[in-house]
Design a protein around this ligand. Structure first.
Ligand code: NDP
Length: 308
């Protein structure tokens, strides 16, 4: 089996390089990849993308690339639309024409965040931001153009690699005695490792010998179990860091809860980002671990004394 992975250097893309490896030959591209046969891995270059992916003739296309700068999308809507909506549409057309499966990722930001119940896949999306709207349009283009699609909507992604919320909290806690962190947005921090591992398990099922596998195509919510707020996430990060590395100079004793309005940003975020993952768990017979488990593991990795 041949798999083409787009966005190989992102949080999820990086972990997919590992998790997809046992499934077959993985050809991983980033925006700077130029293929000798023609084409590129740049999602803003639709002709180049078409040429590259068509030429590689994959059995599976996994799109981990996206315009994820939520606030910047408000001032660069055309580029966000090209990468988050038009490019997935192109990938879907190729997948449909060649019989390939297409895995695409989407976001809790397709919802308006009202209420307090976890969102199900059948709830009507109502994005609050340009980023959310372009991701929703990407979903729509994928489902319209390609029968064999899997769209995994996730939330609050973190990874050991690169900058992330946990690292920011650790840095600020070393600099300040008091932190203020939002406590009115609710969701589940979800590790890139978990997303990548679930992707591989799901792909194993749909590309296996099961003749009814196409019936599993669709949209699924994928998030770690449980819920918290950014404030709760920050508390867990600092408590765990103190437990793992009592020697670290973490001065912040107070993590004050504040509403989202205390941090005015160009893009509005949903207050309720809870995702109901029942469909994914039931369809693929999976267990999704509590969010704390992945965060603990990530902190153990980044706070390893040999690494810092
Ligand atoms: P990252 O921002 O870590 O990675 C996105 C990747 O896309 C980066 O490697 C980036 O490349 C690449 N990319 C951006 N523009 C282009 C382009 N024009 N051509 C090719 N590649 C490009 O995102 P995540 O791994 O966190 O996100 C994975 C998926 O999950 C996305 O679909 C995202 O919308 C979704 N998601 C993410 C959430 C989050 O909290 N991060 C929450 C919910 C959903 P470069 O490094 O060169 O910029």
């Amino acid at each position: 089996m041949r798999l083409v992975l787009l966005g190989r250097n992102g949080q999820v893309g990086w972990e997919l390089q590992r998790s997809l490896a046992p499934l077959g030959e993985v050809i991983a591209l980033d925006r700077n990849s130029v293929l000798p046969e023609g084409g590129s891995g740049d999602l803003a270059d639709l002709d180049g993308l078409r040429a590259a992916v068509r030429g590689l003739r994959p059995d599976v296309i996994v799109n981990a690339a996206a315009f994820t700068a939520v606030d910047r999308a408000e001032s660069e809507p055309e580029l966000a639309h090209a990468i988050n909506a038009e490019a997935p549409g192109v990938l879907a057309e190729i997948a449909q024409a060649t019989g390939a499966w297409l895995v695409h990722y989407s976001t809790d930001y397709v919802f308006d965040g009202s209420g307090s119940a976890p969102w199900s896949e059948d709830d009507p999306p109502e994005p609050l931001s340009v980023y959310g709207a372009t991701k929703l349009e990407g979903e729509r283009r994928v489902t319209a153009a390609c029968a064999r699609h899997l769209i995994l909507r996730t939330s609050w992604v973190y990874a050991a690699r690169g900058g992330n919320f946990a690292r920011t909290m650790l840095r600020l806690a070393a600099e300040r005695e008091r932190l203020t962190v939002i406590d009115d947005q609710h969701g589940s921090p979800t590790g890139a490792e978990l997303i990548a591992d679930v992707t591989a398990l799901v792909l194993r099922r749909v590309t296996g010998r099961d003749p009814g596998a196409s019936a599993h195509a669709g949209i699924y919510h994928l998030a770690a179990a449980g819920e918290t707020t950014w404030n709760g996430f920050a508390r867990f990060v600092l408590d765990t860091a103190r437990e793992l590395r009592p020697d670290l100079p973490l001065h912040a004793r107070e993590i004050a809860p504040v509403p989202s309005s205390a941090f005015p940003l160009p893009a509005r975020r949903p207050l309720n980002s809870r995702l109901d993952t029942g469909r994914l768990r039931a369809t693929f017979d999976l267990v999704l671990p509590p969010w704390q488990q992945g965060v603990h593991r990530m902190l153990t990795e980044i706070l390893n004394p040999q690494m810092v």
